[in-house]
Design a protein around this ligand. Structure first.
Ligand code: SF4
Ligand code: SF4
Length: 187
């Protein structure tokens, strides 16, 4: 076959392949055109997170008395693997408080150990991760900022007391009452 004819045949076969590829791509586009989007316009639209979502950390107030729940016991500081929590206790007459509570969120591993050991559910995780910033100094959180986060976002279901209850061995079932006892009790 002359070379010009060979070049012409190559051109048409490439052209055919191109048309088929464009056709396939357009088919996929048309198929998805009417589908409901799976994405949302974050941050204008926010997804609902599951109850057990664990996000950023915060400190809480007692809902009834309005007092800070933190008693400054420092258990969270001791347990924290990367040692990003610093607490100083303030001893008071009726109860103790945290005089200083500082958390370096930029180095937090989100392991949740601090939440699990807290006896008063003072430190919890929130149903949000919305603290993105270009300046990591903003993620050095003091006590006031941690309390403000606790008021700004929805708390996760997973408080320390609930998590510890889940880990406790199940209570033994009550033994069935003896026949005589049951009779006595009905008399
Ligand atoms: S979640 Fe883990 S790493 Fe983060 S502050 Fe708590 S104990 Fe430390
Ligand atoms: S947050 Fe909880 S564990 Fe940490 S110092 Fe306060 S009371 Fe103790």
């Amino acid at each position: 076959m002359p070379e010009a004819a060979r070049n012409g045949a190559g051109f048409w076969s490439d052209f055919g392949r191109l048309v088929r590829a464009v056709g396939r791509a357009m088919g996929v586009t048309l198929k998805n055109l009417g589908r409901k989007p799976v994405t949302v316009h974050y941050p204008d639209v926010k997804r609902l997170y599951p109850d057990r979502f664990r996000g950023i950390l915060a400190l809480t107030y007692d809902k009834e008395t309005g007092e800070e729940n933190c008693i400054g016991c420092r258990l969270c500081e001791y347990i924290c693997p990367p040692q990003v929590i610093k607490v100083e206790m303030l001893k008071a007459e009726k109860r103790n408080f945290a005089k200083v509570f500082q958390l370096e969120l930029y180095a937090c591993e989100f392991c949740e150990l601090c939440v699990q050991v807290c006896p008063t559910d003072a430190i919890i995780m929130m149903k949000s991760f919305d603290l993105a910033t270009a300046d990591r100094r903003e993620l050095l959180l003091d006590k006031d900022r941690l309390h403000a986060i606790g008021l700004d976002f929805e708390p996760s279901w997973a408080t320390g007391n609930r998590l510890r209850d889940m880990q406790a061995p199940p209570k033994p079932a009550k033994a069935p009452a003896a026949k005589g006892e049951a009779k006595e009790s009905t008399e």
